[in-house]
Write a protein that binds this ligand. Structure first.
Ligand code: 5GP
Length: 139
């Protein structure tokens, strides 16, 4: 299994398709998931391409986790979540659908269940508003 540099997240990194950006630095990009399982569902990806966790350089994982921590804090604050999950799928058997390493950040609320994985496309105006609110909450 090799990394395909034309996957959808690689295209987002190259600016070939748009995203609702939350945060970007030298190593990582964070943006809204277009089919959110809960309001505030966002993704963090390294700029360096790998299919999943096992073929990524440890330093890339470390940089990515720094951004995950930063964006998770801002997301929880923005949505006043009771908690959050970090999800990361490796290969189809595990539910991975985009083969560029990424971490899901899912704000969680007492008694609330998640919508299906890769379910319904959200309204772009709503995603843009959520991204703006999370950006404002970044430390
Ligand atoms: P995976 O199943 O690979 O862990 O998750 C891929 C995620 O990417 C899914 O949650 C899906 O909703 C999201 N996704 C798929 N295509 C796009 C896209 O073009 N833009 C954005 N922002 N998210 C996408």
């Amino acid at each position: 299994m090799t990394y395909d540099p034309n996957n959808i997240f690689a295209k987002i990194l190259k600016g070939e398709i748009p995203c609702h950006k939350i945060f970007e630095d030298e190593h990582t990009l964070a943006f809204m998931d277009v089919m959110p399982q809960v309001d505030g569902h966002c993704l963090v990806i390294p700029k360096n391409g790998s299919r999943g966790l096992l073929d990524a350089e440890p330093a890339v994982v470390a940089h990515t986790m720094e951004t995950v921590q930063k964006v998770a804090a801002a997301t929880v604050k923005t949505f006043m979540a009771d908690g959050f999950q970090i999800r990361q799928y490796n290969e189809s058997a595990a539910g991975q659908t985009v083969f560029h390493l990424h971490f899901h950040i899912l704000p969680m609320f007492e008694g609330q269940s998640l919508r299906p994985h890769t379910g319904k496309m959200a309204d772009h105006a709503v995603l843009a508003a959520h991204a703006a609110r999370i950006r404002d909450a970044l430390e």
